[in-house]
Design a protein around this ligand. Structure first.
Ligand SMILES: Cc1ncc(COP(=O)(O)O)c(C=O)c1O
Length: 346
């Protein structure tokens, strides 16, 4: 089915009636990285700097939180209940947003993928005033059940907690990444580019918003979501479902099928959070050529995919690619030992 193509301005208009709080520095910068690109040989690379969204070291979740926390305020919440891994960028940005909005923030952080050394994101959670409890649970359904139970406990004690189930929260969060793609469409036009692909680290709301944005804005280049984690479900189907709920929230007729979503699990390596040689190479190269830091868990693996596509000639000399830097950089401090080990052998 043919859907209407919207201009970036029309996309912004369709979002204007949704509750939103102002948290991020937008639009984020869009910059060419020629010294990095030269090392890859003959391609042009531009980076959308969503690591510069501003709030407490930035990142993609601040775009999500503009809509999620507006929903919380609309519901009259006085405390946010949230959680993930101890080095969660999401939780760090949520703690910061709560501080800015005067909301209490209760975080439940699991040691499932990293030790609980008070460094990087975890350190920032404490410093931003979140109430932190360390737990030992796998991420996914068990963690979600714990958060829900904690929210119910607070409600029973007379508080007004906000906790979002993945099913209800991700479509709201994804609106922020439809808007990010509208910014990128403006960047593309201003720079007169014809990109071959856009790369982003995601297996969730971020990628769903980008995939929906591509269809709404009628961009011809694919958005490649490079998964940082292997979920026990079909990610393309799941992201298409999230994208469709987002379109419904935006009152738009556009609907996606799984084939409209481009994902790969090829660059995860040993697992979520494990540093890969290719990810390390990407971090090392971008830092040394451009002074831009990637994180080992998300963006390094997405950049490894971009580099691999150039080396395998899926992206050819003379072509242009866009990389969305979704942040995560405070994690480098928590990954000091792994990173310095690789640094010593570079
Ligand atoms: C730095 C970074 N990039 C990408 C992502 C992926 O976002 P999503 O959960 O929407 O797939 C995250 C999620 O925590 C992140 O912290």
């Amino acid at each position: 089915m043919k859907y209407p193509i919207l201009t970036p301005e029309a996309v912004r208009k369709s979002v204007a009636r949704l509750p939103r709080v102002d948290l991020a520095h937008l639009p984020t910068p869009f910059e060419e990285v020629p010294r990095f690109a030269e090392k890859l040989g003959g391609v042009r690379v531009f980076i959308k700097r969503d690591d510069c969204t501003g709030l407490l070291f930035g990142g993609n979740k601040t775009r999500h939180n503009e809509f999620l926390l507006a929903d919380a305020l609309r519901q009259g919440a006085d405390v946010i209940v949230w959680g993930a891994g101890v080095q969660s960028n999401n939780c760090r940005q949520t703690a910061a947003a709560c501080a800015k909005l005067g909301l209490e923030c209760h975080l439940y952080l699991t040691r499932a993928n990293h030790d609980a050394d008070v460094q990087g994101n975890l350190l920032l959670d404490y410093l931003a005033g979140a109430k932190v409890e360390i737990v030992d649970l796998p991420m996914g359904p068990e963690m979600n059940a714990l958060l829900k139970a904690k929210a119910e406990e607070l409600r029973a004690a007379g508080r007004r907690p906000y906790y979002w189930e993945p099913t209800s929260g991700r479509p709201i969060a994804a609106v922020g990444y439809v808007l990010c793609l509208a910014e990128i469409a403006d960047d593309i036009r201003e720079h007169g580019l014809h990109p071959s692909a856009i790369y982003i680290s995601s297996a969730g709301g971020t990628g769903a918003g980008m995939a929906l944005g591509q269809v709404i804005l009628g961009l011809s280049c694919p958005v490649r979501s490079i998964c940082p984690i292997r979920w026990p479900w079909k990610v393309r189907e799941d992201l298409a479902e999230v994208a469709n709920q987002t379109a419904a929230l935006m009152n738009l007729p556009h609907r996606l099928a799984a084939e409209d979503v481009h994902t790969t699990e090829e660059y995860i390596g040993a697992g979520y959070g494990a540093v890969t040689p290719e990810g390390w190479e990407a971090m090392d190269l971008l830092a040394r050529t451009e002074g831009i830091m990637l994180d080992p868990v998300y963006t390094a693996k997405a950049m490894a995919a971009l580099i691999d596509d150039v080396r395998r000639h899926r992206i050819k000399a003379g072509e242009t690619v866009i990389f969305v830097h979704t942040g995560g950089t405070p994690a480098v401090f928590a990954y000091r030992d792994e990173l310095m080990e690789r640094h010593a052998h570079r």
